[in-house]
Design a protein around this ligand. Structure first.
Ligand code: EPZ
Length: 425
């Protein structure tokens, strides 16, 4: 089993280039199913999750090839509409193929994605949207089947919650529907805007992306395109916290300031200095970390995907911070691992109370999920002594060359093969 060995106490300094956004690339890759010829997608990070999605499209008969950070996808030979369990269980975002398959093929059969550690991750809003558009939905043996005779019909869809995935799936189903679709209470995340821009570059007619009202005028077909995805705002936030927690000075290039405003605002409240440049931002950590209260919300609120990372910073604040996780029901698993490093955190349901301590120390800990794993690296970078982080496959899902980028900033991290069997309770 691989582990990361992190020696803390080094203030990180230097320049890091942020990769393309995982949560933009995943829906954009599925949207390529809709094109009648080849799509070129640039700025694609080499991540396990992206690899899994590319493999799924190959399973459908599409020709996908990676060339550096460019993925080309030729959807001409689409000959399968079933996403099997072994794919979907590896990557729950595979469920995003349902909308494009339904739109292009009139039929989709996708294994139920199942929950994951951070929550049950229901798909009821996705299915509600497909039914509004005229699809017939059935479930059997753990598979969801969606069918429609002829084309989907444009309709008004109201989302009870501004679900990112539901907004994306329904938008992709609606682009080839007959007539106009409106999605009300739509998600406003930058990744939704990126997907809408990608689809519009293929000839779709989508307006309102980035607001809570999306209007999609169905068209008869979509062509291939050449598109560069947005930078990853969560990776950027992770490195911003790295500067803050180590008292370092990091320049991040390839960021879109507007996308990371909520993170900048909160980091400045903790005392970090943020300097804006033409092509990036500089974050300078301070000796004193002030406590802050955080409430995760849909964009443009503070992102749930940054909650674990900032909670690591707050373990060393001079006071008590309260974090309320309003998006997922079980996204505090990393706090038990932080406690092994000397953090003082108590969790009650969706609220974590963090009483700052002067110092945290290295320990053997395990990544509980993708962002929880990132949080533990950040804690290890600021801890006294050595931290061993296990279950690092979670990290490879969503961060490209993470330890290499940290080492480029002066961090003392090595990836090692751990021969003894680890059974952490
Ligand atoms: C996307 O997940 C992201 N993943 C998540 O990032 C991110 O945390 C999340 O959006 C929120 O921003 C990708 O884009 C691949 P949701 P998604 O549907 O689409 C409820 C990471 O670390 N809900 O907005 O699954 C659901 O239970 C990952 O990169 C329903 O009730 O998120 C949850 O409480 C983690 N019914 C809330 O909405 C539905 O049909 C948010 O889910 C769908 C969702």
């Amino acid at each position: 089993m691989e582990k990361l060995v992190i020696r803390g106490g080094v203030p990180l300094a230097g320049k890091v280039r942020i990769s393309g956004a995982k949560n933009a690339v995943l829906p954009i890759i599925t949207a390529a199913i809709l094109a009648k010829d080849t799509c070129y997608i640039r700025g694609v990070p080499r991540l396990a999750d992206v690899d899994a999605m590319v493999q799924l499209l190959n399973h459908f008969g599409l020709q996908c090839t990676w060339n550096g950070d460019i993925v080309s996808i030729d959807a001409v030979n689409l000959n399968n509409f079933e996403a099997p369990y072994e794919h979907v269980s590896r990557l729950r975002a595979s469920f995003l193929v349902m909308g494009p398959l339904l739109a292009r093929y009139g039929h989709a059969r996708v294994s139920l994605p199942g929950g994951c550690k951070i929550g049950t991750r229901p798909i009821d809003l996705h299915l509600k949207g497909f039914m509004c558009l005229g699809a017939e939905i059935s479930t059997e043996k753990g598979y969801i089947e969606a069918k429609v005779k002829g084309r989907l019909k444009g309709a008004r869809v109201y989302l009870d919650f501004p679900s990112v995935g539901a907004t994306e799936n329904i938008m992709m189903a609606a682009v080839l529907a007959e007539g106009v679709t409106s999605i009300e209470n739509a998600a406003e995340e930058p990744e939704i805007v990126d997907l809408a821009n990608f689809l519009n570059s293929m000839g779709a007619k989508i307006s309102g992306a980035g607001t809570n009202l999306l209007v999609i005028e169905g068209v008869s077909s979509l062509k291939g395109t050449d598109y560069t995805v947005i930078p990853d705002r969560v990776e950027a936030g992770t490195f911003m916290v790295a500067a803050a927690i180590t008292g370092g000075d990091i320049y991040l290039e390839n960021v879109i300031i507007e996308h990371i405003e909520p993170i900048i605002a909160k980091l400045e409240e903790t005392g970090s200095k943020v300097i804006y440049y033409e092509q990036g931002i500089r974050v300078i950590g301070q000796e004193k970390i002030m406590p802050v209260d955080i409430r995760t919300l849909p964009y443009p609120g503070f992102p749930t995907d940054m909650q674990a990372q900032i909670s690591s910073l707050l373990t060393k604040a001079e006071g008590t911070s309260v974090i309320t996780e309003t998006i997922f029901e079980n996204r505090f698993m990393h706090t038990k691992e932080l406690a092994r490093m000397g953090a003082d955190i108590s969790v009650e349901g969706r609220v974590a109370v963090i009483r700052g301590v002067r110092e945290i120390h290295g320990a053997q800990v395990q990544a509980t999920d993708l962002r929880g794993g990132a949080a533990l690296i950040l804690a290890g970078l600021a801890a006294r002594g050595e931290t061993e982080l296990y279950f690092i496959h979670h990290l490879d899902r969503g961060y490209e060359r993470l330890e290499e980028k940290f080492c480029g900033l002066g961090a003392d991290i090595i990836r090692a093969e751990d021969l003894k069997k680890v059974t952490i309770a």
